[in-house]
Design a protein around this ligand. Structure first.
Ligand SMILES: NC(=O)C1=CN([C@@H]2O[C@H](COP(=O)(O)OP(=O)(O)OC[C@H]3O[C@@H](n4cnc5c(N)ncnc54)[C@H](OP(=O)(O)O)[C@@H]3O)[C@@H](O)[C@H]2O)C=CC1
Ligand SMILES: O=C(O)[C@@H]1CCC=N1
Length: 288
């Protein structure tokens, strides 16, 4: 794993095929860190002109949904990032395949979509990269799992790594581990937000003003993550330091234990991985 090395400037066009939350998070991160000039980023979607106008004005990127401009962008871009929902991916990949030349690199952020299915739907052994980023990429604190197809050459490998290293931590992994990684870091921000929602609500119910409850919760989550990162201590050891024998934290942890908190979180991660596999299987069916 590595975190934010020296930033190389990517000096070729990158097309984002799909212009939703995840595409925006990556683009925002890339632009904020000056990795790519905004004029080299082309965002395509299916139909929403308002969304493209918003992205153009927010980031100075190019955005098209007129069929001819989309085809031209897809035919010529050295790098295409697939960022539509899984349900829209099969149709998009089938029509994309015939447009591509063998040296164009296709990077997917789509949950569940395997390298084999991607290449099958494209109809050729295109160099493809399967990734699983998360939305924290938008502030340079993403965590992205990356797996390469065997057709990806050294330069393309470097290009893909440059993109994701610029917006956070990267982990190159065996493709078989991608679903587990999705359960931890791809979907993980949502679990932490859910915990924060509950903490904020508890503060309000206990009489704290919303703003204070929110601020205290945010600082607590931020501080806890930083403590693990900066001290190098294990979360369990740090938890012990907060938990006085028979004190208030112990009383709280006992309530979490009664709710089977630890195993519930593990079950949630496992179900997320399983759901990713289900979505991948549904896409694989499209090959037949
Ligand atoms: N959100 C997250 O936290 C994460 C998401 N992902 C993955 O990212 C992908 C996108 O998710 P997210 O950004 O949340 O989804 P959104 O719904 O926010 O965005 C989907 C985008 O895809 C576009 N689109 C749909 N069909 C086509 C098509 N045929 N051609 C071109 N564009 C198309 C939509 O355009 P229009 O609006 O015009 O229909 C829209 O811009 C998913 O596959 C998800 O698994 C991965 C990691 C984290
Ligand atoms: O919920 C989803 O399917 C996507 C994948 C990871 C995060 N969001």
């Amino acid at each position: 794993m590595c975190q934010q090395p020296a930033i190389p400037l990517i000096n070729h066009n990158i097309v984002f095929y799909g212009a939703g939350s995840m595409a925006e998070a990556i683009v925002r991160g890339l632009i904020a860190r000056n990795v790519v000039e905004s004029g080299r980023i082309i965002m395509l979607n299916r139909s929403s002109s308002e969304r493209l106008a918003e992205l153009r004005s927010r980031y100075g990127v190019l955005g098209y949904n007129a069929p001819e401009s989309k085809l031209e962008a897809l035919r010529t871009a050295p790098v295409i990032v697939l960022a539509m929902k899984p349900k829209d991916a099969a149709e998009a990949l089938r029509s994309l395949g015939p447009l591509l030349s063998p040296d164009q690199l296709v990077i997917s952020v789509i949950a569940g979509l395997t390298i084999r299915t991607m290449q099958g739907l494209l109809g050729n052994p295109q160099p493809v990269v399967r990734t699983m980023p998360n939305t924290s990429s938008s502030i340079g604190l993403g965590a992205t799992g990356i797996a390469f197809s065997k057709e990806v050459g050294e330069d393309s490998r470097r290009t893909a790594l440059n993109i994701f290293e610029a917006i956070g931590l990267t982990a190159v992994i065996d493709e078989e581990r991608m679903e587990t990684l999705t359960g931890i870091s791809g979907s993980g921000p949502a679990y932490i937000y859910y915990m924060m929602e509950a903490m904020i609500a508890a503060g309000i119910r206990g009489g704290l003003p919303l703003a204070q409850s929110r601020e205290l919760t945010v600082q607590t989550v931020l501080g806890a993550a930083r403590m693990v990162q900066q001290t190098g201590e294990e979360p369990a050891a740090l938890r012990k330091k907060v938990t006085s024998p028979n004190g208030s934290t112990q009383a709280a942890i006992e309530v979490l234990e009664r709710g089977d908190f630890f195993e519930t979180v593990i079950s949630a991660v496992n179900r997320c991985a399983e759901r990713s596999r289900e979505m991948g299987s549904a896409l694989e069916q499209e090959l037949h």
